[in-house]
Write a protein that binds this ligand. Structure first.
Ligand code: ACM
Ligand code: ZN
Length: 720
């Protein structure tokens, strides 16, 4: 090492502000220390909750003596120049000390120590055997003070225990902010004592609830909410784990739940039962109605009292301003104030929110649209989600900005084209997340100064279609994307995918398995050529396959598979709790497009006529929602021989705008129809033994919670 490099290293260590890769070795100081199952842990008085937390994993007693005397000691040592959340982890021949500049620093140092220990400690099993660690020192500090994740509990409810589990997972990754999206068009998830109906009624949709379901089934009442006592316990639980809970009440749009219960908050409200597809222009709060601010003071006042966070997020995204443009009161307000643009009304609304928050000692956080005009005060914190450009714009205006553009950090996006998830912001896996680089995407030095941190998000419109009672889908969508995000937020930049992937597969996968995370493995490589399918995986996983002609069975891959019918095979890998998506030969995905005529008892929409689905290039809308007995008939010009035919009502990735219940009938001659099974998630899936002339799909539901039905093009797989 050259003298210059040594000097730089010394400077970095001295400053304690140069974030290191999480698994970099400690700077060695010579000798070793053996940590045994019979150790004791001592901690400063203020760190006892953290010591109890550590003891849960290490399964050791906690002693209340002077921390400096312990075998494993946790202490706060606030050196004046130390960066927030920085730590010094020191292993000497007779003790281990985790010294933090503050509580967060000790927590981070403890996590760094955990990463040096066998992964089993995450399973709270303690040390089974003594562990010998080389002596050394690491000083480290996060690049960003805000390392966040957002969970949408409004569309899909996450019960307190499941939320606590997610908090544990995030904490192990040094994520320190959980932005919780508590209300939206489809649900209100936090008790407001002065208006108990908001959660008691608005926390449930479908069935006999006035809150329309939109997603899932109409007849099932679905939901839940956090009482304030439950939320206080979650906040405490998160705080022990160095996570600050930041509440969001999404305003003034995305407010259909509260607007259903309090229609008077809308512009010139009139009883109005028109259905919409979800984003509802009549859900926005009227800006000119003074009583609205009294109600908002009640709600936000309770939120401010409940959450200790410095910031409260008040939304501001995707506000449909069409009602404001029609509302005589909003228009009069604009005229009175000389406003020439309805965005000024959003400014006005947000200024009122900020005033309420300020009166409770809080600061305001908003989505990026709310600072479009740049009129909000510069202490407003902006969450840039729409695009990288939106984040660049917010930082250029000088707003402290949480960078979370959907194309890198929306983890509800699918991870490869054939997997579950949204795709509107992109299709990407952890590798793309890890590639995010502020400088590379155009943030100047000045703009980078306004970046307060990075954040991932999981919106849950689709989660309801994936068994919210089980966390598998949530884990699969978040991990390892959260790992990559957390690393970037800690160290500022990635240090090359190859190196990071090596660390993931050799060190972090075993940890995630001990953590019980049902994480996503990268797909194995598949080559099918000359009648042989060969699969390789480089991550220590085992390879399996399923065969379409052997439903319900699963086979272990022990070597190349000889087959002249590769379209029957799908391969995947497992290791521990991880699982890869399926990979298949191109022939598996091949579809045919026989000429088809679509007719229906429901009229077609002018904008998206049935010709769209008939052409296989797009989807169609009906003009109205379904009623019991409504049908869609797919008539093929020539009988179609195929191995599978999927006729989908509603979007294929989202249980919305569908026949929520129904059945299918198939005809082989175009005249006689016979039963072909119930619909599942709006779809008829046929594996016909004979050529099909027509299929009729029939609704048994009355309505689907939305104003129309989506008809996807038939998906037909040929006989090969
Ligand atoms: C958002 O995704 N509407 C913030
Ligand atoms: Zn109005």
């Amino acid at each position: 090492m050259t003298k210059l490099r040594l000097t730089i290293l010394a400077l970095c260590l001295a400053a304690g502000a140069h974030a290191q890769p999480a698994d970099a070795p400690l700077t060695p100081t010579g000798g070793e220390f053996t940590l045994g199952p019979s150790m004791t842990l001592v901690a400063d008085e203020g760190l006892l909750p953290l010591a109890e937390y550590a003891a849960e994993y290490l399964k050791c007693p906690v002693e209340r003596q002077a921390a400096a005397d312990g075998v494993l000691s946790l202490l706060i040592d606030p050196a004046p120049e130390a960066a927030a959340e920085s730590y010094r982890l020191e292993i000497t021949p007779d003790h281990i000390t985790v010294r933090g500049a503050d509580y967060g620093g000790v927590f981070n140092g403890l996590q760094a120590l955990f990463r040096l220990l066998p992964p089993e400690i995450y399973a709270r099993e303690g040390l089974q055997e003594p562990v010998t660690l080389p002596c050394g020192v690491r000083e480290d500090a996060p690049k960003f003070a805000y390392r966040g994740m957002m969970l949408d509990v409004a569309r899909t409810w996450i019960a307190p225990e499941a939320l606590k589990r997610q908090i544990d997972l995030l904490a192990w990754h040094n994520i320190n902010k959980l932005h919780i999206h508590l209300v939206d068009d489809e649900g209100w998830r936090i008790e407001i004592k002065s208006h108990p109906e908001l959660a008691e009624v608005g926390g449930f949709r479908g069935g006999d609830s006035p809150i329309r379901p939109v997603y899932g089934k109409l007849d099932e009442k679905y939901g839940g909410y956090y009482t304030q006592d439950e939320m206080r316990e979650i906040i405490r639980y998160a705080a022990v784990r160095n996570i600050e809970m930041i509440p969001e009440i999404d305003l003034p749009g995305h407010s259909r739940t509260i607007a259903t219960l309090h229609p008077e908050i809308r512009c010139r409200f009139t009883p109005d039962t028109t259905l919409t597809a979800g984003y509802d222009d009549r859900s926005a709060w009227c800006v000119a109605r003074e009583e609205n601010y009294t109600l908002l003071e009640d709600i936000l006042g309770e939120i401010c009292d409940l959450f200790p966070s410095e910031y409260v997020h008040v939304g501001g995204d995707e506000v449909d301003m069409s009602q404001w443009k029609r509302c005589p009161d909003c228009q009069a307000l604009m005229a009175r104030e000389g406003m020439d643009d309805p965005h000024r009304l959003e400014d006005r609304f947000m200024e009122r929110m900020s005033a309420i928050l300020r009166s409770h000692g809080k600061r305001t956080a908003v989505w990026n649209e709310a600072v479009r005009t740049g009129n909000l005060s510069r202490d407003t914190r902006v969450h840039g989600w729409e695009s990288t450009r939106a984040c660049l714009d917010a930082t250029a205006k000088g707003y402290p900005t949480i960078v979370m553009p959907g194309e890198y950090f929306y983890f509800d996006m699918r991870q490869s084209p054939e997997e579950a998830g949204h795709n509107w912001a992109g299709i990407f896996d952890a590798r793309k997340v890890y590639s995010f680089d502020l400088e590379g995407v155009g943030f100047s030095e000045e703009q980078r100064r306004h970046v307060a941190g990075l954040q991932g998000a999981f919106w849950s419109e689709l989660y309801s279609a994936h068994e919210p009672e089980r966390p598998d889908y949530l884990d699969y969508m978040l991990y390892p994307r959260v790992c990559a995000l957390a690393r970037l937020a800690w160290s500022g930049n990635g240090d090359g995918w190859v190196r990071y992937y090596e660390e993931l597969r050799t060190k972090h996968y075993p940890r995630m398995e001990a953590m019980g995370i049902r994480y996503r493995l990268f797909p194995p490589r598949l080559v099918c050529r000359d009648g042989v399918c060969t699969v390789t995986a480089d991550d220590g996983s085992e390879i399996f396959y399923v065969r379409d002609d052997r439903p319900g069975e699963e086979f272990r891959y022990t070597g190349p598979v000889r087959t002249d019918r590769p379209h029957l095979f799908r391969f995947f890998t497992r290791r521990g709790t991880g699982r890869s998506p399926y990979v298949a030969d191109r022939s598996y995905y091949r579809t045919i497009t026989p000429r088809v005529k679509i007719t229906s008892s429901m009229p077609e929409s002018g904008r998206l006529p049935f010709a769209n689905a008939e052409s296989y290039r797009g989807y169609s809308f009906t003009q109205r929602a379904c009623r019991e007995g409504d049908w869609i008939l797919y008539s093929f010009e020539e009988p179609v021989r195929c191995r599978e035919m999927v006729l989908q009502t509603g979007y294929s990735h989202l249980t919305k705008n569908l026949f929520t219940t129904g059945y299918a009938e198939v005809s082989y001659d175009g005249a006689h129809f016979e039963p072909a099974g119930e619909l599942a998630a709006g779809a008829a899936v046929l594996k016909p033994a004979r050529a099909v002339k027509a299929v009729r799909v029939v609704a048994t539901c009355h309505g689907n919670g939305t104003p129309f039905v989506v008809i996807m093009p038939p998906k037909i797989k040929p006989v090969l």
